[in-house]
Design a protein around this ligand. Structure first.
Ligand SMILES: *[C@@H]1O[C@H](CO)[C@@H](O)[C@H](O)[C@H]1NC(C)=O
Ligand SMILES: *[C@@H]1O[C@H](CO)[C@@H](O)[C@H](O)[C@H]1NC(C)=O
Ligand SMILES: *[C@@H]1O[C@H](CO)[C@@H](O)[C@H](O)[C@H]1NC(C)=O
Ligand SMILES: *[C@@H]1O[C@H](CO)[C@@H](O)[C@H](O)[C@H]1NC(C)=O
Ligand SMILES: *[C@@H]1O[C@H](CO)[C@@H](O)[C@H](O)[C@H]1NC(C)=O
Ligand SMILES: *[C@@H]1O[C@H](CO)[C@@H](O)[C@H](O)[C@H]1NC(C)=O
Length: 859
């Protein structure tokens, strides 16, 4: 604010009458504020520039310079217009434009060539009275009209109007989308009509607040009777406390953007995001609803001076609203994307055969509907719930939400209400709390990764088939684990006794101060693992021994004690690396919880994976039969997604360098999680660039070769060439191993075998016989695709291997895999490099070899 309005009402009057004082502001002097006395006239130069010149406001032309609009754009990218004032009324020439602030505080665009006609107005006039106001373009791209009120000397700034509350087709950091429940104002987007026409087009992006709030894209088409008809084309899914149910990618971008959802009854429902500062530089992004109704998040890539697309919604066919109809569920990985929820069957099988699933599915067995008041005398069997796992929740319009209820309570309520068809947690944090209940058709459900659990109400008889078998398996598993636990705890007890006796003898050395450990104290880890009791050992490999542990709060963890002979870099560098790796978060990466440094000892603490590692399944004669094709496919895709994240989506792109079945762990739900990523990086940081190769084949040479026999790409094994394609190679080997249930090893070259079968058009013979029986034609087709992609990944030349992102597209049938050429089939025996480097042969997953516990205590 400049000077305060003095006690002179005459000045106000003057301002009211004299809207007509104009100064021509030369472009070089363009400031960030417009006052009531400094209207700006015409010209192609920017008229307002934000304080740090991040955004500019001015006139820009479209349609071959025949139409001019007043808009705001990024200074670095003038084509990225983020807001337009006169969307529907273009000017013919910039020279006649006049931008002014009226005495009452309305921002107006006038056309001097048409008698100063108002082309556009912010309509922000305060009722009647004149105010002292100014307009400012801020560094976040918000154009704000502020008025100074002078209440008893207390000067206060009041926002009369701001462009952030009147978005066009773009969301910027700090902007809200949603609804002001007090005024009823909607903060929504509308697409441009066309590339040359910013007037509101066919698509709108609005918050639906009837039910669990979610964002919808609507398409309005003109119909013959002149009334527009609207239909939904896309939903984000409801907010689940962490992200929108249908946009799992949001979790991946958490390090770059902060997402915030506000649901304040009676006040506002809104969603907003903020660009974060990453590695010292401010992220810069925009979310645009384009002319074809696609939401797209674009992030400015400074070095290449271009926008890169981070997310689009809808992102695939399954995001097409209602594609599979009521009670249908869409799975983009399947050849036929639509299927019915268990307990339901296509309403019109003929239409479904013609791939038109929009008619949806109907219930097979009617519900018992035991409701309050009805049928109390008869003995009726209650309904139950089928858990549809890993989905984007169905449309919540009309659903009932209670954030305070527990999930169990939610189930009881649903069962007690005749018309309740399904329920789910309203907030996924802390294992799921709150309650969303659906009362009609379940529409627009799809599988996503990671998805949520949806509890679908079914008649008891439709549920029974599954639960019986599950129960039996459950009982057997419980007995087995119980027995194993008993043995283990006995072992640990003995071990502890012995150690207590030993350590009492070494008491003086214990008094030494522990080194600083930011995350976990050594005592805590020692207590969690019963003093590194061998009975708690769950694995060992080249990098050290892994123990199972339980922290005092009950959380199960895997503790990796890095072996001492691995000479590592100093404390600080190690901490930097660990901190960086701990920041990487993805559903398909094992989470590093923290570390501990003590003397030369380095300990890493991970989340515990109850199903251990993949190799214990696929290479085990009996257990491999328990991995169905569907599970295998999920594992393959999971590993692929984890690698894409490591390679390109995370802020710190890195190469794993030791991908193998033993490094793929499985959680309780058999979700694949890559482990030991970053370990290679820690051990080899002597070659400073290792792990930072480009996505193409540009590569660096590393000094210390890490990796495992059978998974190592030829270029790395021979010359230590590091690139992302090295991981693609390992992934290819792993893929073939998962499909075939056989290990690539000295005595059996799986790649050569797969290639031979592929050449003879018999590639499906590679498929593990234990799953072949359960595979229909669609699964067989998937397996054949997998084998072909696997062979592409193990091509000798890195440039012939597909990047991981393309691998996912091929596996999900969004891109046709090319025909592989002859892969590396040289027998590994004759590979001279294998003899020269200290290659790990295999990982022993359990064992009771010599332990070097004393190293830990004595220092
Ligand atoms: C438009 O406004 C400007 C500035 O006040 C004034 O000089 C000009 O005469 C006006 N034009 C018309 C046609 O009223
Ligand atoms: C744009 O205008 C120029 C000059 O009038 C003309 O030659 C050109 O064809 C026009 N381009 C389009 C796309 O209309
Ligand atoms: C301002 O009000 C006028 C008249 O009511 C209306 O035609 C115009 O669309 C409004 N402008 C904006 C930006 O809302
Ligand atoms: C909208 O964005 C999608 C995804 O990037 C793109 O395929 C489509 O061509 C865009 N539409 C227009 C009209 O630019
Ligand atoms: C698909 O089926 C629905 C009815 O179930 C029908 O209204 C629609 O026209 C069909 N679509 C096509 C493309 O056949
Ligand atoms: C079931 O729940 C709906 C929505 O809360 C409610 O309107 C209806 O009265 C309930 N019906 C019964 C029988 O409780």
């Amino acid at each position: 604010m400049s000077k305060s309005p003095t006690q002179s009402p005459a000045l106000f009057l003057l301002a009211l009458v004299l809207l007509s004082v104009y100064f021509l502001v030369p472009a070089s002097a363009a400031g960030s504020t417009l006052t009531q006395s400094s209207a700006i006239a015409g010209g192609e130069q920017p008229q307002l520039v934000s304080p740090s010149d991040v955004f500019r406001l001015g006139l820009f032309p479209l349609a071959n310079n025949t139409k001019w609009f007043l808009g705001i754009w990024f200074t670095v990218s003038p084509a990225a217009v983020v807001w337009v004032a006169n969307r529907e009324r273009p000017l013919n020439t910039p020279s006649s434009a006049v931008l002014a602030l009226t005495a009452r505080g309305s921002l107006v665009l006038l056309d001097a060539s048409r008698n100063n006609e108002t082309i556009w107005s912010s309509n922000s006039s305060s009722a009647g009275a004149a105010v002292k106001a100014e307009a400012q373009l801020q560094d976040n791209g918000n154009l704000v009209v502020v008025a100074a009120t002078d209440e008893e000397q207390q000067r206060q700034a009041v926002i009369l109007w701001q462009s952030f509350e009147h978005p066009t087709n773009t969301f910027l950091s700090g902007m809200r989308s949603g609804k002001d429940l007090r005024t009823g104002a909607l903060w929504s987007l509308s697409s441009w009509r066309g590339a040359d026409d910013p007037s509101p087009g066919a698509f709108r992006y609005v918050m639906d607040t009837a039910g669990s709030p979610e964002l919808h894209v609507w398409k309005t088409t003109d119909s013959d009777d002149g009334h527009g008809r609207s239909k939904k084309t896309y939903r984000t899914g409801p907010w689940n406390g962490v992200r929108f149910s249908g946009i799992p990618e949001m979790t991946t971008f958490e390090d770059m953007f902060e997402f915030r959802f506000t649901n304040a009854p009676g006040s506002e429902v809104s969603y907003t995001f903020r660009d974060r500062v990453v590695g010292g530089s401010q992220m810069m992004s925009r979310v645009v609803l384009n002319e074809s109704g696609v939401m797209q998040r674009m992030v400015w890539d400074g070095p290449s001076a271009a926008w890169s697309s981070f997310w689009t919604g809808p992102r695939d066919r399954c995001d097409t609203y209602g594609l599979c109809g009521a009670f249908g569920v869409c799975n983009v990985v399947d050849a036929v994307v639509c299927s019915c929820v268990k307990g339901f069957a296509p309403r019109s099988p003929a239409e479904w055969r013609m791939r038109n699933a929009s008619g949806g599915c109907a219930r097979v067995t009617p519900l018992q509907r035991k409701c309050a008041g009805a049928g109390e005398e008869e003995e009726v069997e209650e309904d139950g719930f089928y858990v549809l796992r890993g989905v984007k929740l169905p449309e919540t319009h009309g659903s009932v939400v209670d954030a305070g209820a527990t999930l169990e309570e939610c189930g009881r309520r649903c069962l007690a209400n005749c018309s309740c068809t399904a329920y789910a947690a309203a907030d996924i944090r802390g294992g799921g709390t709150g309650c969303v209940q659906w009362f009609g058709d379940l529409v627009d459900t799809r599988f996503v990764e990671p998805g949520q659990d949806l509890f679908v109400r079914l008649a008891k008889s439709d549920l029974e088939a599954t639960t019986k078998t599950n129960k039996l398996v459950g009982v057997i598993a419980a007995v087995a684990t119980g027995f194993a636990l008993l043995l283990l705890s006995l072992g640990c007890l003995i071990w502890r006794r012995r150690k207590a006796w030993r350590s009492s003898k070494q008491a003086p050395m214990f008094g030494e101060a522990f080194h600083e450990c930011p995350t976990y104290q050594l005592e805590i880890i020692r207590a969690a693992t019963d003093g590194f009791c061998p009975g708690n050992e769950i694995g060992r490999g080249g990098f050290g021994i892994v123990y199972k542990g339980r922290l005092s709060d009950g959380q199960e963890v895997a503790v990796k004690k890095l072996s001492a002979e691995n000479k590592m870099q100093g404390f600080k560098e190690f901490m930097n690396e660990v901190e960086m790796i701990a920041k990487l978060q993805h559903r398909n990466l094992v989470r590093l919880l923290g570390c501990c440094i003590h003397g030369s000892e380095r300990i890493l603490v991970y989340e515990y994976m109850s199903n251990k590692s993949l190799d214990a399944f696929i290479f085990d004669a009996r257990r491999r039969a328990s991995l169905s094709w569907r599970t295998r496919m999920e594992i393959i895709l999971g590993v692929a997604r984890g690698l894409v994240y490591l390679h390109q989506d995370s802020r710190h792109t890195m190469i794993h360098r030791d991908l193998k079945a033993a490094n793929v762990l499985l959680d309780g739900d058999m979700v694949a999680k890559i482990s030991d990523f970053g370990i290679a990086r820690i051990f080899s940081s002597s070659s400073s660039n290792a792990g930072l190769g480009d996505l193409d084949c540009s590569s660096t040479v590393t000094e210390r070769i890490v990796g495992t026999y059978g998974y190592m790409s030829p270029e790395y094994a021979m010359g230590g060439m590091v690139s992302f394609m090295q991981d693609v190679y390992s992934f290819g080997v792993l893929l073939l191993e998962i499909v075939g249930g056989r290990r690539n090893q000295r005595s059996f070259n799986l790649i050569a075998h797969a290639w031979k079968l592929f050449e003879e058009d018999r590639s499906l013979e590679l498929l593990d016989p234990t799953v072949r029986g359960g595979c229909g034609p669609a699964e067989m087709e998937q397996a054949a695709t997998c084998i072909q992609v696997g062979l592409l990944c193990v091509q000798e030349s890195p440039s012939q291997r597909p990047p991981m992102a393309a691998v996912i597209q091929m596996l999900s049938h969004q891109q046709a895999p090319g025909r592989p050429r002859r892969p590396v089939v040289c027998t590994p025996m004759s590979n001279p490099a294998a003899a020269l480097i200290g290659v790990q042969e295999e990982v022993v997953t359990s064992g009771s070899g010599e332990l070097t516990i004393t190293n830990l205590e004595g220092r």
